[in-house]
Design a protein around this ligand. Structure first.
Ligand SMILES: Cc1ncc(COP(=O)(O)O)c(C=O)c1O
Length: 385
C-alpha cells in the first residue's frame, strides 16, 4: 500500500471534465446567431452521435428525463397499462411512465450487475403490460438478449434507460441502440456532459418522426424546416424538449474527447479493483462485476459493504478524511410517493433493498489524481481493518 498523504484533500465523488476548447465551440454558436435548438450545432452533434453509436436517428433533448418522457408519450398508454421497470433506478424512469399515462410496475434486480432480474421481470408481465424500461446501471448492460426475447414474444416495447450507458456496449452493440428506443443523459454527473442534456435514440423512422413532433411542442416544425410543408402547425400532444445549440456546443467538445475520458475512467476503475481486491478476498466488501459480454464505460465505481450500518459508518469516516462518497438509490417502491400514489406497501424486492442499503459509490472522474485514488484505497483499508 502506498504512503498516506498528510495534506488535507477534498475529493468529490464526481467532477465534470471539460476542456478549454469548449469556448471555441460556444463562440461558433454565438457567432452564428442561432442559440436555440435544432440549429447547425445541434444537427452536427446528432449526426456525430449517429455515427459514433451506429444508430439511425438521434434527437438531442433537454435531459434524459425528457427523452424517457418522449418514449413513454409515443406509446399512447391507457390508464390501466403497465410498464415494468426496476425499483433500483433514478426517479425519472418511473416519472416518465406516469407522465405517459401508464402505471409503473417495479421489479427486482439481479445482484451481479444490479440490472433487471430477467426472471422476475417475466413473472410480473400481465395482459396489461405494454413495455419494459431496462436500466443499464453504472455503465454495465442489462441482459438484453433475454429481455428482448421475452418482450418480442409478448409484443412489448423495450425502452433502454441508458442515462449511465453512453459509449458502453453489450455484445458489441452500444447501449441505448438495442431496444426499440434508448435515452442518454449528458447531465454534469455523467461521463459526457453539457450541464443538463440528453438524447433520444432509435432506428425506427416512425418513432423518430413522432419524437420530432413531441420535442417541438407537438408541432410539425421539423417537417417545415426540411421544406416538406409550407407552414407548421399543432399536430399532436407535445412539449419543449429541444437542447439549445449552446449546450450542444459543450457536448461537441466532449465527444472529441470520447475515448480519452473513457480511458481515464477505466484506469481509475482498474486501480480500485486491484487496490481493493484483498478486502474482497477477506469478505469485507464485494467489488463490481462486469460480465465478459459487456464493455463498461466505467461510469460508477461502487463497493457493496456487509450492512447498512457499516456502509453509513464507512461513508462518515471517509468524509472525515476529506473523501466524498455516496449511496444509490432509495428504491422507488419504498419511496413516499410510490407508497402513496401507487400503493407499493406490499411490494417485496429483497435484493433491491439489500443492494441499496449496502452500496457505496467511490470518487471516479477523469482528472482525479493517482495519489488521490491511492489515498481513497488506503483510507478504505483503515475503515475496514
Ligand atoms: C438511470 C437514470 N435515468 C435517468 C436519469 C435522469 O437523467 P437526466 O438528469 O439527464 O434527466 C438518471 C440521472 O442520474 C439516471 O441515473
Amino acid at each position: 500500500m502506498t504512503t498516506a498523504t498528510t495534506r488535507t484533500i477534498s475529493i468529490p465523488v464526481n467532477k465534470p471534465f471539460v476542456d478549454d476548447r469548449v469556448l471555441d465551440y460556444i463562440k461558433t454558436v454565438l457567432d452564428s446567431g442561432k442559440l436555440s435548438g435544432d440549429g447547425p450545432m445541434g444537427k452536427a452533434v446528432e449526426a456525430q452521435l449517429c455515427e459514433l453509436f451506429s444508430i439511425t436517428h438521434v434527437l438531442l433533448t433537454t435531459s434524459c428525463t425528457h427523452a424517457l418522457e418522449m418514449a413513454m408519450m409515443m406509446l399512447d398508454l391507457q390508464p390501466d397499462d403497465e410498464v415494468i421497470t426496476p425499483s433500483f433506478t433514478f426517479v425519472s424512469t418511473a416519472n416518465a411512465i406516469l407522465h405517459g399515462g401508464g402505471k409503473p410496475v417495479f421489479c427486482e434486480i439481479n445482484d451481479r450487475t444490479l440490472t433487471i432480474d430477467v426472471k422476475d421481470f417475466e413473472r410480473r408481465i400481465t395482459s396489461k403490460t405494454r413495455a419494459v424500461v431496462v436500466v443499464h446501471y453504472a455503465g454495465v448492460s442489462a441482459e438484453m438478449d433475454e429481455v428482448m426475447a421475452i418482450a418480442r414474444a409478448r409484443n412489448m416495447v423495450v425502452v433502454e434507460d441508458a442515462a449511465q450507458g453512453v459509449n458502453a456496449k453489450y455484445k458489441g452493440k452500444f447501449l441505448g441502440t438495442i431496444g426499440d428506443c434508448g435515452a442518454y443523459s449528458f447531465h454534469d454527473t455523467k461521463n459526457y456532459v453539457c450541464g443538463e442534456g440528453g438524447a433520444f435514440l432509435t432506428d425506427e423512422e416512425t418513432l423518430a418522426r413522432k419524437g420530432e413532433i413531441i420535442r417541438e411542442k407537438g408541432t410539425n416544425r421539423a417537417n417545415f424546416l426540411r421544406g416538406q410543408v409550407d407552414k407548421y402547425t399543432w399536430v399532436d400532444l407535445g412539449s419543449s424538449y429541444i437542447l439549445s445549440d449552446l449546450l450542444a456546443a459543450v457536448l461537441k467538445c466532449q465527444l472529441d474527447d470520447l475515448d480519452v475520458i473513457q480511458e481515464r475512467r477505466r484506469r481509475i476503475y482498474e486501480m480500485y479493483m486491484m487496490g481493493l481486491r484483498d478486502l474482497e478476498q477477506h469478505e469485507k466488501l464485494r467489488l463490481p462485476i462486469i460480465p465478459e459480454y459487456c464493455e463498461s464505460n466505467y461510469h460508477i465505481f461502487y463497493i457493496l459493504l456487509r450492512s447498512e450500518v457499516e456502509r453509513n459508518t464507512v461513508m462518515k469516516k471517509l468524509k472525515e478524511f476529506g473523501i466524498q462518497t455516496t449511496f444509490h438509490y432509495v428504491p422507488l417502491h419504498s419511496s413516499p410517493f410510490a407508497l402513496q400514489a401507487l400503493g407499493t406497501k406490499d411490494v417485496s424486492l429483497p435484493v433491491t433493498d439489500r443492494i441499496s442499503q449496502n452500496l457505496l459509490r467511490l470518487p471516479i472522474y477523469p482528472q482525479i489524481e493517482t495519489a488521490e485514488v491511492e489515498y481513497v484505497i488506503e483510507k478504505l483499508h483503515e475503515c475496514l481493518k
